[in-house]
Design a protein around this ligand. Structure first.
Ligand SMILES: O=C([O-])CC(=O)C(=O)O
Ligand SMILES: [Mg+2]
Length: 591
């Protein structure tokens, strides 16, 4: 009898499913429980129409004073709102005025988060229309401070928390999340939040912030985004002692215990959301970041923003910069400070692109790139003691034990900082770069601003206005000798929203390095003559939705070419397709 009912509900396909284990996802699998076997527990979700008081308190549907007279009548709102009816534009103006009055960035952050909890469309309207002004509020650098103080500013939970306490029950925890059609998950374990180190469970600010950008910059629907923090403890003594700390009060689980929890999480995600959900790893410590990417890259749609997103954005900036500094990629010498996720990720993608351009094997093209870590230049004599992700960069060279000496002997044309340690591009380092380069390209990528390898002012002043400079966190334009220099922001925020959109619109099931190259190429093409004249190697964020649509189209095209796209037939015009899929924050009319 039971099986007959299930067949009636699910149609003929139920016969196939019943005999299978449910640990894999499927194309139609959006609810998870549709595929659940009879002995599995399901969540009895219901859908209802919000009205009256509940409607005003539902952030997804609330419009505040913008509810029309007709809507107020039809939805039992009479008397619950003051008489004035105002437009979304006027609401936006009012909120921008009030946010601009706060002088402390963290107050602006809290105001934005409160808006998101109150009125989601208005939040995104503000963010999209004022992207250059609000990006530093909801994203780096302010989000870093927010994570450090998350326990104190915590009001309502955002996202999903999966801790060691949920071991064995992760699938059930996922089913507690109210949305079913998830397209993008950003997950952190909080061990390396920006350049701020281990912030444990308070790292949640990062997935929340990244996903706000997925919607604002890439047009993924907010309801399709799921921020997750996996809490395995923290080694941050200060947080462990902090009475307001929101996470597990224990030291980090490692080894098998860690691997098992992550494995359960990865299986549960695929089981619940299917094959096409994008899982973006964010701000994991080096060892776990590389391992997770390698382990799940062949079974899941995974993307590590710190390794791959940063690589793609930096390659785009370097390619664009060639218009200003001359030469081909292969003709330049690269020196990195920092050999972690960002450093080795960028280095590898640059080596790959040079290899594609010159047909030389990547083992050869890697030799154009040198990396310095905390122990000095990475050279072959250090090979035995190096972590595996650094080994490809151990070239034959005399040991050199600091950055300045490495700059002097290698004479790079391009200097890239990704060490997470601030103020390491000293006056001597920049002056040395400027002594043998007409236009040294200097990228200070570490975040937030406090960890930047140097400031824009320092780069321009110490190079006497000759440096081409971009940084991970934003700096204001700087005037030197009567000329205004506008520093670019070499931040993965240019890439991941469009990249993710490209995966979603093509229904891609795996990420491939060639897609990262496709994203870089699309971004580099968006830099205009006018941008170059100001010394910019990235286009302004004000055009980001157009940029994201172009990145998405190039990434999707590559997914179809590689045969990993499942959305068929392939749309003719992928840019149009990307644009038409984008979420818009304009209020909808209610009947
Ligand atoms: O969040 C950012 O601004 C860039 C990034 O991924 C990081 O620094 O880890
Ligand atoms: Mg990151």
């Amino acid at each position: 009898m039971e099986s007959t009912m299930k067949e009636m509900r699910d149609g003929a396909s139920v016969l196939d499913f019943d005999s299978k284990s449910t640990v894999e996802g499927g194309v139609e699998d959006v609810y998870g429980e549709d595929r659940a076997t009879e002995d599995q527990l399901v969540t009895p979700w219901t859908i209802s129409v919000a009205s009256g008081y509940c409607l005003l308190r539902d952030p997804r549907h609330n419009k505040g004073l913008a509810f029309t007279e007709k809507e107020r009548d039809a939805h039992y709102l009479r008397g619950l709102l003051p008489p004035a009816v105002i437009s979304q534009q006027l609401q936006e103006k009012k909120l921008m005025n009030s946010i601009r009055q706060y002088e402390v960035p963290l107050q602006k952050y809290v105001a934005m988060m409160e808006l998101e909890e109150r009125n989601e469309r208005l939040f995104y309207k503000l963010l999209i229309d004022n992207v250059e002004e609000l990006l530093p509020v909801v994203y780096t650098p302010t989000v870093g401070e927010a994570c450090q103080k998350y326990g104190s500013i915590f009001r309502r939970p955002q996202g999903l928390y999966i801790s060691l306490k949920e071991k064995g029950k992760i699938l059930e925890v996922l089913k507690n999340w109210p949305e079913r059609s998830i397209q993008v998950i950003v997950v952190t374990d909080g061990e390396r939040i920006l350049g701020l180190g281990d912030l444990g469970c308070q790292g949640m600010g990062i997935p929340v912030g990244k996903l706000a950008l997925y919607t604002a910059l890439g047009g993924i629907r907010p309801s399709a985004c799921l921020p997750i923090t996996v809490d395995v403890g923290t080694n941050n003594e200060q947080l462990l002692k902090d009475e307001f700390y929101i996470g597990l009060r224990q030291r980090r689980a490692t080894g098998q215990e860690y691997a098992e929890l992550l494995d359960e999480f990865m299986s549960a995600v695929k089981q619940n959301y299917g094959e096409k959900v994008l899982i973006q790893f964010e701000d994991f410590a080096n060892h776990n970041a590389f391992e997770l990417l390698a382990k799940y890259g062949t079974t899941h749609l995974v993307f590590n923003d710190d390794i791959q997103g940063t690589a793609s954005v930096v390659l785009a900036g370097v390619v664009a910069a060639l218009k200003l500094i001359g030469g081909t990629l292969a003709e330049h010498r690269f020196l990195f400070l920092g050999a972690g996720e960002a450093g080795t990720g960028i280095a590898e993608l640059i080596a790959l692109e040079i290899s594609k351009q010159t047909k030389a094997p990547v083992e050869e093209t890697r030799k154009k790139i040198c990396l310095v870590d905390s122990k000095g230049l990475i050279v072959s004599s250090r090979k035995d003691s190096l972590q595996h992700f650094k080994k490809p960069w151990a070239h034959e060279h005399e040991p050199v034990n600091n950055l300045l000496d490495a700059v002097k002997v290698i004479k790079p044309t391009i200097l890239i900082g990704s060490s997470g340690v601030g103020r390491t591009f000293t006056k001597e380092v920049i002056e040395a770069m400027a002594s043998f380069n007409e236009k040294p390209l200097i990228l200070a990528l570490s975040n937030p601003t406090s960890q930047s390898e140097c400031t824009a002012e320092e780069a321009y002043t110490w190079s006497k206005g000759r440096a081409i400079f971009a940084s991970g966190s934003p700096f204001d334009p700087f005037e030197y000798n009567g000329k205004v220099f506008v520093p670019g922001q070499a931040n993965n925020a240019y890439i991941f929203p469009g990249f993710g959109l490209g995966l979603v619109i093509s229904g891609a099931i795996r990420v491939h390095d060639d897609m990262l190259l496709a994203a870089s190429e699309a971004l580099a093409k968006q830099v205009t003559e006018e941008n170059f004249e100001k010394g910019l190697i990235y286009p302004p964020f004000s055009n980001i939705r157009k940029i994201s649509a172009n990145i998405a189209a190039n990434v999707a095209a590559k997914a179809y070419e590689l045969g990993v796209a499942t959305r068929l037939p392939r749309p003719q015009n992928l840019v149009k397709c990307a644009e038409s899929c984008m979420y818009t924050p304009v209020y909808r009319n209610y009947r």
